[in-house]
Design a protein. Sequence first.
Length: 602
Amino acid sequence: MNPAVLAVTDRIIERSRPMRAAYLDLIRRERETAIGRPNLGCANLAHAYAGTEEDRDQLRADAGMNIGIVTAYNDMLSAHAVYYRYPELMKVWAREVGATAQVAGGVPAMCDGVTQGYPGMELSLFSRDTIALSTAVALSHGTFEGAALLGICDKIVPGLLMGALRFGHLPMILIPGGPMPSGLPNKAKAAVREQFAEGKVGREELLEAEIGAYHSKGTCTFYGTANTNQMMMEVMGLHMPGAAFVNPGTKLRQELTRAAVHRLAEIGSRGDDYRPIGHCVDEKAIVNAAVGLLATGGSTNHLLHLPAIARAAGIVIDWEDMDRLSAAVPLIARVYPNGSADVNGFEAAGGMPFVVRELLGAGLLHGDIMTVAGTMADYGEKPAMEGDALTWQPVGDSGDETILRPAANPFSPDGGMRILQGNIGRACIKVSAVDKERWVIEAPARVFEDQLDVLAAFKTGELEQDVVVVVRFQGPRANGMPELHKLTPPLGVLQNRGFKVALVTDGRMSGASGKVPCAIHCSPEALGGGAIGLIRDGDMIRVDAVAGTVDALVDAAEWAARTPAEAPVAASGMGRELFGLFRGASDEAEKGASAILAGAAL
């Protein structure tokens, strides 16, 4: 193993020791004493079985595993529209191996692509906590010996895991649906967005480009948070090997789902290959997720989600761990927005099997974790159909070294995510898609408290200069920490015009954030007195991804004497007022920006 990866792993194990021990004791007690079908009352069982006729006798006999299906299906979210028929097919496949399956419950699945830049986006981050709670409700009936988790997109996979890990004594497998086929290339789509921001094309041209890019059932094809989720599930061993990026509607996709159902029936507590999710997700698996994130240039949103997933399993990972890993982990993939290829091109070039094999070979992944299917080495082979049979085959060399490279010949020797620290606070920056000459930006601040005001200032020409755009009161406690992805096109236009441009915010960008340097997740956030609330228009701000600093170049005495900006009144409408409890209870970004985990005895 790489010594830096081992050192970070040991650091996490030591820091997490009391909390992890309590978690393992919890799931041991749950396995030994929790309510299950053999000791449920007759009326309870009758209620559980009343909705099924074909499987009722099998359920009554308690002869095999009953699989709870937790589904995030809806047909407004393209990635989840593919799940429509999954439960009825999974019931058939369960019967093939003497098991049964029931839909345990549904969880909400909002589409950030629909809500970007609008009030509904302020519900997005806390939809993750809602999904975790919904997952817990679904699994609370005591009638399941295992679970299949159907979810793909941004908050859905983290939320499913956060809830599922509280039932860590059960075996569980995450089942993806795959990316839509490639449409309009992502770079072409981004170019039209920038042209629209400049007024060079109209709404009709922009809509045509967007529909050309997002055109079918399946996950969006850029390497954003949704597809980063799928990468992480592979390197954590929670998928069937190679399942992440197989397109919907194919025989291979169907057979991978069938194999997942069959595998669940094999890894229950009644057999001799018990693999509970609480043991699969250990400190080494969390490190694997972080390494995969860095090696592939994945979404910055996982600087929030990974700590939250870890805490649900009694594990503590922080941004310092990510920073140390980033220095040791090479960037071996370039997928849009960090390159020109989409995830279909990535899959064709070797995909996750190539990534896993290379990282294992370089000693950067822990190969000895408990996976849901075989060993971590099995995830270094590619699934394929031989006639009607599902097989796994050696992945071979990269099919395109502009997309995937061996660990010995990476695109960059490091993973491109860094911590920034200074008098503004503590922030993160992703530089894997930022040209090196823009890693250091020093420019006067323009301060905003709403991203729409930034767009308005851009349209009136007020930002035609070197500028560090500061957008504050965007943290979890202020407004739910919406993504500020709408800022990418105008800031990109300013950068294209030759200006020095950066963003500093206590909010989030997106898994699609790219070429403009962005110091994000500033902590402490402005609400409650964070130093980002001291910045004034015209202050010189230095964002330095080389030195790892983010500072207002203001005299220390003057800085100390300043009064923090007054917080805006919390917005209502679009259901935002219902999430006031979540905002008020949320912890800081580095701990996962969660309300349900903050202060909980886990």
